[in-house]
Design a binder for this molecule. Structure first.
Ligand SMILES: Nc1ncnc2c1ncn2[C@@H]1O[C@H](COP(=O)(O)OP(=O)(O)OP(=O)(O)O)[C@@H](O)[C@H]1O
Ligand SMILES: [Mg+2]
Length: 219
């Protein structure tokens, strides 16, 4: 996980609201949000980041979306193929990956249309970001089932509670959507993602999910 040090839950919300006022069009043209999103997805081939804190269900959804004919690429696979997994962190049992190197690898593969899956996907040059979310308490249960150590669970659950990935995604300047997976089954989550890909805009607008009441419990 990346952990920008100065972010707070309140700041995330203001970043989110600021960013929601504008979506970026082709060649840097800014379109007011009033313009239907279908005009954005009509702008030719699209690269979509499916991101979220570990355990929010990205790979599960990706598998379902792939069966609907979408190109799906796991960022971890991309990193592995290009030898970009560097500096293993034994405490976290994870590797450091440089987003710039990932971006170059993406270019080398000529991957320009489809869905990039992983908790770093929103740091790449994409046209749209979908962030999967999960209520911190429920996320902790999912991560416990993985047998992760308590410190690693806490770190990731806190990142979810503080909207870390959402805030990073908002910094990209492209349209960002959020899906709360907490009460959804895997199929329903996949349906929500497919609806966004099909042009649904209002229902999954970023900024509507708020875990701030739970954030204190995990900090
Ligand atoms: N909508 C859902 N509701 C409940 N559980 C789910 C849902 N989606 C996935 N899960 C479960 O949550 C766990 C994590 O799912 P998954 O591996 O897809 O997460 P991930 O976001 O890809 O994580 P990572 O970033 O570590 O790869 C799995 O055990 C999966 O079965
Ligand atoms: Mg995964």
């Amino acid at each position: 996980m990346l952990h920008p040090p100065s972010y707070t839950a309140g700041r995330f919300k203001s970043i989110a609201l600021e960013r929601m006022e504008k979506v970026r069009g082709p060649e840097g043209v800014e379109c007011p949000l009033g313009i239907p999103f279908v005009c954005v997805i009509g702008w030719g081939s699209m690269l979509v980041a499916l991101t979220g804190t570990p355990g929010t269900g990205k790979s599960t959804v990706a598998a379902a979306v792939r069966t609907k004919g979408w190109n799906v690429l796991e960022v971890n696979e991309l990193a592995r193929r290009h030898g970009l997994l560097r500096g293993k962190d034994p405490a976290r049992d994870s590797y450091e990956v440089d987003p710039e190197e990932l971006q170059e690898a993406l270019g080398r593969e000529g991957y320009a249309e489809g869905i990039l899956v992983g908790h770093l996907a929103h740091l790449l040059d994409v046209d749209m970001v979908i962030v999967l979310r999960c209520r911190p308490e429920a996320l902790a249960v999912r991560l416990e089932r993985r047998g992760w150590p308590a410190a690693k669970i806490r770190e990731n659950v806190l990142a979810e509670a503080l909207d870390i990935i959402l805030a990073e995604a908002m910094g990209s300047g492209v349209p960002v959507f959020e899906v709360d997976t907490t009460g959804l089954g895997q199929e329903e989550t996949a349906e929500a993602v497919l609806a966004i890909l099909a042009g649904e805009r209002e229902k999954y607008a970023a900024g509507n999910i708020d875990w701030s009441e739970e954030a204190l419990r995990w900090s």
